[in-house]
Ligand binder design. Structure first.
Ligand code: SF4
Length: 267
C-alpha cells in the first residue's frame, strides 16, 4: 500500500469518510473555482521559478476554465481571479525573497519513506530552496483569508508541514500564502519543526495505518455547533442517504485508491 498525508489526515478527521473515498471510490467532483485556480497558479509558480513567463502560464492554465461551469465563491469570477493571480506574481517578483536552484529537480519533489508492513508513505513537496537566504522546505497556498500569525509558533503545529519535515528530514519549513483579497498579499511564514514532532508524526502514521489495515472505519461525525465538519464534508450525502447531495458533490470511480497529490491548494 502507498499512503499520503491527505489519506492520513482524512482518516483522522473521519474514518468513515476515508472508507467512502479510498475503499468505495467516491471522489469529490472538482468543480470549485478556488481549487482549480490553485492548480493553475501552481503551474504559474513553476514557470516563474524556471525563468519563464509566469503570467502567460497562468492564463494558459486558468484560461481552460474561462467558460466552464465551475463554482465561484467569495464573490469571485474568472477575470477577478486572473487579475489577482497576476498581481500576486508581480509581488513575488518585487519581493525577490525566494531562490530555487535547479527548479526541475527542486520543485514538486517526490519524497518516499518506508512504513511498517511493507507499505510506503509518499509526499510531494512544492519546493526545496531558500527563503531570505536560509534553506528550507517551501509550500505554496492560495487563499482568500490571511493565515493567522499569532500566537507565535502556531505554524509549527501544522500537520502537513510536520509531515513534510518528517519525510524530508528538513527542520526549517515555510508557507507562502498567496492571499487573494482586494489588495492581494503574500505572507512569508516560517517555522522550525523539532525532532520530537517528527518522531511523534511517525508514530501517528504507524498507528493510523494499523487502524486502516484492521478495517476500523467508524464515523466521527462532527456535528457540534459552530464547527460542524459534516457540513463541509463532500460525502455528507452518503451518510444521509441523500441522492441529490451525492449527485451534486460526488463521482464514483472504480479502483478508488489513488493518492491526492495536489492536496490543499486552496482554502
Ligand atoms: S458526513 Fe460526517 S460522518 Fe459522514 S463521512 Fe462526512 S464527516 Fe464522516
Amino acid at each position: 500500500m502507498v499512503y499520503s498525508h491527505t489519506q492520513i489526515s482524512r482518516y483522522l478527521r473521519c474514518p468513515r469518510s476515508y472508507r467512502y473515498r479510498y475503499l468505495d471510490g467516491w471522489r469529490e467532483k472538482e468543480t470549485r473555482a478556488s481549487l482549480l485556480f490553485g492548480r493553475a497558479f501552481e503551474k504559474a509558480l513553476a514557470a516563474f521559478f524556471s525563468g519563464e513567463d509566469s503570467a502567460a502560464a497562468l492564463f494558459k492554465e486558468w484560461g481552460a476554465y474561462r467558460d466552464a461551469q465551475i463554482e465561484y465563491s467569495h464573490g469571485d469570477d474568472w477575470e477577478r481571479m486572473a487579475r489577482q493571480g497576476v498581481q500576486l506574481l508581480e509581488r513575488l517578483a518585487q519581493h525577490d525573497r525566494i531562490r530555487i536552484r535547479q527548479p526541475l529537480r527542486n520543485m514538486q519533489v517526490k519524497l518516499v519513506r518506508s512504513v511498517s508492513g511493507g507499505s510506503e508513505f509518499v509526499a510531494y513537496v512544492d519546493a526545496i530552496g531558500t527563503l531570505d537566504g536560509k534553506r528550507c522546505l517551501l509550500e505554496w497556498k492560495t487563499t482568500t483569508a490571511r493565515y493567522p500569525e499569532e500566537p507565535d509558533g502556531l505554524l509549527a503545529l501544522d500537520p502537513q508541514l510536520i509531515c513534510y519535515s518528517w519525510t524530508s528530514g528538513i527542520p526549517d519549513v515555510a508557507v507562502m500564502a498567496f492571499v487573494r483579497k482586494r489588495v492581494p498579499e503574500i505572507q512569508y511564514l516560517k517555522a522550525t519543526i523539532s525532532d520530537e514532532q517528527r518522531q511523534e508524526y511517525s508514530r501517528l502514521v504507524e498507528t493510523t495505518i494499523s487502524q486502516i489495515e484492521a478495517g476500523q472505519f467508524l464515523a466521527h461525525s462532527g456535528i457540534r455547533f459552530p464547527q460542524n465538519g459534516c457540513v463541509s464534508c463532500a460525502q455528507l450525502g452518503l451518510c444521509l442517504g441523500n441522492q441529490q447531495l451525492i449527485d451534486a458533490k460526488l463521482i464514483r470511480t472504480p479502483g478508488a485508491s489513488d493518492l491526492d497529490w495536489l492536496d490543499q491548494l486552496d482554502d
